[in-house]
Design a protein around this ligand. Structure first.
Ligand code: SDX
Length: 393
């Protein structure tokens, strides 16, 4: 809070780091990007403005934001060889490995922006990643449903362009619903950074060897795909659908969780840092009801989720373990109402988290004191012993 950090440099090279990007108080349920509270940014800002804030450290002037947005707009198109890249995947490939592979492949197409210590190359790779990630994500989705790719329309805003590329088809015009665009923009803001979570730590780990930004973010995408991390938003919908299919008996599901039946967890609950209500989850919960009503898409799974939360937060098993809803508990219900299949939910998390990964990678690369991450271990294996030839074993 004082802004003054003291730490043992040796500590930094093993398990953590100093960062000025995002502040979390897990006990109080506080989240701030560069000092600005998440609820103010979610309600008053835009995803590109928050991306600028995370990456450059300050809110942009109108001219700075316009220039940033313009730069991103002109880089949304993929190289045609890159478009053919998607044809090599099985039609039913999960879009997360497709996203990670395509982001990694950007380093083969843009060999002029791989040097982490050339500010101009870092800048153009930042813009290219932010610009092309939505195009890649929409192409991954189109590939999975056998529809033609829709080229970006740079007259549209960032989120509108993504929605049109994802849900548009060449045969009909696809008017983007402003309610959906505004809600998705807000959800991207909520996911934009979260200090040293698993995927961001992965981006920093890979980048600490001076690997380029594309390679580092590609690794972060894989880390995010795990069901304990970003993959939880997909797992929550599967959990809710399973409860509904079994007759909607929430209490018996909660008992299965409490009995730790085959490792059954209440997905979307619990957090390594928040031991209070995740402030993002509170914002999403409110938005879920609002967006589903405005889209006129009531969903019984939302009622199920709210009943599940109510029962869990009244049960000592969860309260004693400080298990509260996290950002993944309600987001999937909004994504589902928007028309995204569950396989795309974690891709949406990745699109939101992208500016945070970029900001964290740049902060590390720009820190002259940062070294290659090389955590140590506690050795628990065999003590020294002599080799025994196989004939004598
Ligand atoms: C994200 O780090 C970040 O910031 C991540 C993230 C971000 O923005 O980047 O916030 C995004 O990843 C959110 C988390 C999404 N994952 C899930 O919702 C999956 C379900 N949650 C759990 O897997 C778990 O809560 C974790 C992984 C999120 C956190 O695990 P912890 O803090 O290591 O907790 P733990 O495993 O030490 O659990 C403590 C106890 C254990 O029980 P006991 O051994 O004490 O009996 O709580 C139990 C756990 O079994 N527990 C749960 C539970 N989470 C923990 N029991 C049931 N359901 C759960 N969800």
């Amino acid at each position: 809070e004082t802004g003054y950090v003291t730490y043992d440099p040796g500590f930094m090279n093993t398990s953590s780091c100093a960062s000025a990007i995002t502040y979390i108080d897990g006990d109080a349920g506080i989240l701030r990007y560069r000092g600005y509270p998440i609820d103010q940014l979610a309600q008053q800002s835009s995803f590109l403005e928050v991306s600028y804030l995370l990456i450059y450290g300050e809110l942009p002037t109108r001219a700075q934001l316009d220039a940033f947005s313009e730069q991103i707009s002109i880089h949304t198109l993929l190289h045609e060889d890159m478009r053919r890249f998607f044809d090599g995947f099985r039609h039913d490939a999960h879009p997360m490995p497709v996203l990670s592979s395509a982001v990694s492949a950007l380093s083969t197409f843009y060999q002029d922006s791989l040097d982490p210590f050339d500010p101009q190359q870092v800048e153009i790779s930042t813009i290219r990643l932010l610009a092309k990630a939505p195009t890649i994500a929409s192409y991954a989705y189109k590939r999975s449903i056998g529809q033609p790719y829709i080229y970006p329309d740079n007259t549209l805003g960032y989120v509108e362009n993504f929605l049109r590329m994802t849900f548009g088809v060449p045969s009909v015009e696809h008017p983007v619903d402003p309610v959906v665009a505004k809600a998705l923009d807000m959800l991207f803001i909520l996911h934009a950074d979260h200090e040293q979570n698993c995927s961001t730590s992965t981006v920093r780990m890979v980048g600490s060897s001076h690997a380029n930004l594309y390679a580092s973010v590609s690794a972060g995408i894989h880390a995010l795909s795990g069901p304990l991390h970003g993959g939880a938003n997909e797992a929550v919908l599967e959990m809710l659908a399973g409860i509904q299919a079994a007759g909607g008996d929430v209490a018996s599901f909660v008992n299965r969780v409490k009995n730790k039946e085959q490792g059954v967890k209440l997905m979307g609950f619990g957090h390594r840092v928040y031991k209070n209500y995740d402030p993002r989850a509170a914002i999403v919960k409110k938005a879920a009801r609002d967006v589903l009503e405005r889209m006129d898409k009531p969903d019984p799974l939302l009622d199920l989720a709210m009943e599940l939360e109510e029962i869990a937060l009244a049960d000592d098993f969860f309260v004693s373990r400080k298990l509260y809803p996290n950002v993944d508990f309600y987001t999937g219900l909004i994504y589902k109402a928007m028309g995204f299949p569950t396989k795309m939910f974690t891709v949406l998390f990745a699109l939101g988290r992208l500016p945070g990964w970029i900001a964290q990678w740049r902060e590390m690369i720009e820190d002259p004191s940062s070294k290659i991450n090389r955590p140590r271990q506690v050795y628990t294996g065999a003590t020294e012993r002599d080799f025994v030839h196989i004939a004598d074993r």
